[in-house]
Design a protein around this ligand. Structure first.
Ligand code: S3P
Length: 434
């Protein structure tokens, strides 16, 4: 990742056009992993060409999986079968990707060989005990640093046994790590969640022929099953679309069409929150793409009002709070967020970093341990630290579209982890961004 890249952002023109948003990050990671473990050849369409998902593909290549790139956003994966991965002596670099590292922790804990997982500066600070502790209950041996952070040193050759585990925090990554380990474990693995989270692992394992029983907040599978190659069509990432939904809502005169965005019900919390705030977002040409509901999202500028974000929506919009904070900043009346302590352990402390950035632009934001109250007002100019968090950088590029002056956003290179080409697409739509 090249450091030291900054953006100058300022109000542009009304946002107009039809945009193609890149592929979903969660689905792209899983598509590579499951295709690699399957028997046979799988084709992936709509793969996210982001640094996170490419890091996952590169790791599987190092584990002996042949992966071709016939054209951008396509992959042909020659699966090696559930027992066909080869060990790699060098450390495996997950880059910025929590999803990559946590899912791989479950998968690699079940292999006959040792592995080491490392990440970039941000990932190296993120909590891993949430995966290593339940995996240890299954018989896995994984060492972390003393404070539970990466690198993960995974000792292979352990015989795993299935568990019936209730997650402490709602986390699709932890759930998925346990299910992947469960594929190799003796007996059944059951994962129960305090709040249902995205179920891509469950849906996709089923598509790869695994017998898995799941419903919101619950998943169960038996160890010893094989995966059968299948083609995967990755929908557009609603978390990337989020920035344009908010931007068009807050910039007068805007109307954008975002084509065929993935609308998995566990991902649509921001849509619900924005609609509660008065946003004008219509769904057109609804259909199903790769087993996921999709629709064009047509968003027009509309005056927004502040809300109390229902806590039940938090897991369904866990990645969308940077965007939500910007919508709240431009609304009429305060917006209150509660029950979102998880935001403090994302790619950055998103509650603290968003609050600090909005204060820099002149707003009052009251922080609590698990949330914040955003008091809207006119946005001024300033220098924003992104803390190398892609979604913070994009959120402030959106905020700047309503600022009275210039906003410098520092260290934006990580935007390429989830949304390569964001700046080009945004400029084309009318953003002031260079
Ligand atoms: C993801 C799960 C969520 C989300 C992340 C992607 C996934 O993380 O924030 O961006 O692909 O499973 P948690 O499991 O930590 O909530």
């Amino acid at each position: 990742m090249s450091m030291g890249k900054h953006w100058q952002a300022r109000a542009g023109t009304p946002l107009r056009g039809t945009l193609a948003i890149p592929g979903d990050k969660s689905v792209s990671h899983r598509s590579i992993m499951f295709a690699a473990l399957a028997d046979g050849v799988s084709k992936i369409d709509g793969f996210l060409e982001g640094e996170d998902t490419r890091a996952t593909a590169a790791i599987f290549a190092r584990l002996g999986v042949q992966i071709e790139t016939p054209s951008p956003s396509q992959r042909i994966v020659h699966g090696v079968g559930i027992d066909g991965l080869r060990g790699c002596d060098a450390a495996l670099d997950c880059g910025n990707a929590g999803t990559g590292m946590r899912l791989l922790a479950g998968l690699l804990a079940a292999q006959s060989f040792d592995s080491t997982l490392v990440g970039d500066a941000s990932l190296s600070k993120r909590p891993m005990r949430r995966v290593t502790l339940p995996l240890a209950k299954m018989g896995a041996r994984i060492d972390t640093e003393g404070d539970g952070t990466p690198p993960l040193r995974i000792h292979g050759g352990q015989a795993l046994v299935g568990i019936d585990h209730t997650l402490e925090v709602a986390s699709a990554q932890v759930k998925s790590a346990l299910l992947l380990a469960g594929l190799y474990a003796q007996g059944e693995t059951v994962v129960r969640e305090p709040h249902p989270t995205r179920d891509y692992t469950e849906r996709m394992l089923a598509a790869f022929g695994v017998d898995i029983d799941f419903s919101p907040g619950y998943a169960r599978l038996r160890g010893g099953q094989r995966l059968r190659a299948t083609d995967v069509a990755v929908p557009a990432d609603v978390s990337s679309a989020a920035f344009f939904l908010v931007a068009a809502s807050i910039v007068p005169g805007s109307e954008l069409r975002l084509r065929q965005v993935g609308l998995n019900p566990r991902r649509t919390g921001l849509l619900a929150a924005l609609r509660m705030m008065g946003a004008d977002i219509r769904e057109e040409h609804a259909g199903v793409h790769g087993g996921e509901p999709v629709a064009d999202l047509v968003v027009r500028h509309a005056p927004l009002r502040g809300i109390e974000v229902p806590e039940a929506l938090v897991p369904d919009m866990i990645d969308e709070f940077p965007a939500l904070f910007v919508a709240a900043a431009c609304a009429e009346g305060p917006t209150v967020v509660r029950g979102a302590a998880e935001l403090r352990v994302k790619e950055s402390d998103r509650l603290g970093v968003m609050a600090a950035g909005l204060r820099t632009l002149g707003l009052q934001v009251d922080e609590t341990p698990d949330g914040a109250t955003i008091h809207p007002g006119p946005l001024g100019s300033g220098v924003i630290e992104s803390y190398d968090d892609h979604r913070i950088a994009m959120a402030f590029a959106v905020a700047a579209q309503r600022s009275s002056g210039a906003v410098q956003i520092r260290d934006v290179a990580t935007v390429a982890t989830s949304f390569p080409g964001f700046d080009v697409l945004a400029r084309g739509a009318g953003f002031g961004l260079s």
